[in-house]
Design a protein around this ligand. Structure first.
Ligand SMILES: Nc1ncnc2c1ncn2[C@@H]1O[C@H](COP(=O)(O)OP(=O)(O)O)[C@@H](O)[C@H]1O
Ligand SMILES: [Mg+2]
Length: 332
């Protein structure tokens, strides 16, 4: 049984197809990420998975329970931290959690301990009796997350957990998410439009664009499937240069070599294996290497290759760019 499973999940708002025939499975204990731009359908999917919206068609299951027919069982299994912070500014951190605990029907005799535990986990114990209005953005988000943990859900949904926060605060939130994941052995489903967040945090990601999942895999595999790593090389002028290049051409992982004066750009499938070979050949021919660098494909490259556009660009040119990307993939 899967922690989360969707089968041809589809959601229309009027004529807008917000979620378009989405099927995927998330294993127990995975951190799974939806990576996509604004309007991609991330929040809508999460609202369906958390029983707050009904799908137009298709099915969604949490730990085997259908979100439509078994909403109550689903709610017991899940925690949902929405994008907009839901805490009350004029209450203290602890009071907010108390409210949340009551809403979640946590038995009275457990409430105090549960609150102490989550406050400690998220490192807000010191600040618990101060009004939230004095909290920073990062602290508010942590309090939000703490509220989602009170009833010890098996599956935690985080909708753009670090949006709008500065990069240092974002990195800290990632640490908390990893800690929570370990401590509670829970499945985490998060959405983001930050490449680095998906890359650093998720075991697997689904790239979602215009309501459709374009691809699902681990960040590593997605990047590796892009194939080409780029090695940039600068050598000292040398009469052996031609021989050097012809020997490089014989390295099996090298797919292409461009030369521009003494700058050589090498495209290779496994750059880290290629570099020692380059050094070996250059030392045999006594060619001096002035500089060498390896650039690996990033998740940005992956995103563009599957969607045809940068994650930040919006609307208009999507389809044209997508055709372009398809062509590129066909040619590759
Ligand atoms: N309540 C709603 N009514 C009408 N359209 C909606 C509603 N919620 C979302 N949409 C539309 O559905 C699409 C997906 O939105 P959303 O799921 O919020 O995307 P994301 O979370 O990836 O930014 C967008 O085109 C958005 O305008
Ligand atoms: Mg959203």
């Amino acid at each position: 049984m899967y922690s989360i499973e969707t089968r041809s999940l589809t959601k229309f708002f009027g004529n807008v197809k917000a979620v378009d025939d989405i099927s995927f499975k998330v294993n127990d204990g995975e951190i799974f990420g939806f990576l996509g731009p604004n309007g991609a359908g991330k929040s809508t999917t999460m609202m369906i998975l958390t029983t707050l919206l009904k799908p137009t068609s298709g099915q969604a299951l949490i730990s085997g329970f259908d979100v439509s027919s078994h909403a109550k069982q689903v709610r017991q299994k899940i925690g949902f931290v929405q994008q907009e912070t839901t805490v009350d500014e004029y209450l203290t951190g602890r009071e907010n959690l108390l409210l949340q605990a009551r809403l979640n029907h946590i038995p009275k005799d457990l409430i105090r301990q549960r609150i102490d535990d989550v406050l400690e986990l998220i490192e807000l114990s010191d600040k618990q009796n101060e009004p939230v209005v004095t909290y920073s953005g990062g602290m508010r988000k942590r309090l939000d997350i703490a509220g989602g943990l009170l009833h010890r859900p098996k599956v935690l949904f985080l909708d753009e957990p670090t949006v709008g926060l500065d990069i240092q605060t974002r990195r800290k939130i990632w640490e908390y998410i990893k800690k929570i994941h370990l401590e509670f052995e829970m499945t985490i489903f998060l959405s983001t439009h930050y490449m680095e967040e998906a890359d650093k945090l998720c075991d697997r990601i689904g790239i979602i664009d215009e309501g459709k999942i374009q691809v699902i895999d681990s960040p590593e595999k997605l990047k590796n499937a892009m194939g080409n790593e780029v090695i940039s090389l600068e050598i000292e002028k040398d009469e052996q240069e031609r021989l050097f290049l012809s020997k490089l051409h014989k390295i099996e992982q090298i797919t292409k070599i461009n030369e521009d004066q003494n700058k050589i750009t090498i495209f290779a499938s496994r750059g880290t294996e290629v570099i020692p070979k380059i050094f070996q050949i250059s030392s045999e021919l006594k060619i001096k290497i002035n500089s060498i660098s390896l650039t690996q494909p990033t998740l940005d490259d992956v995103f563009i290759s599957y969607t045809g556009h940068d994650i930040k660009s919006d609307g208009v040119a999507f389809n044209r760019k997508r055709e372009h990307a398809k062509m590129k993939r066909l040619r590759a």
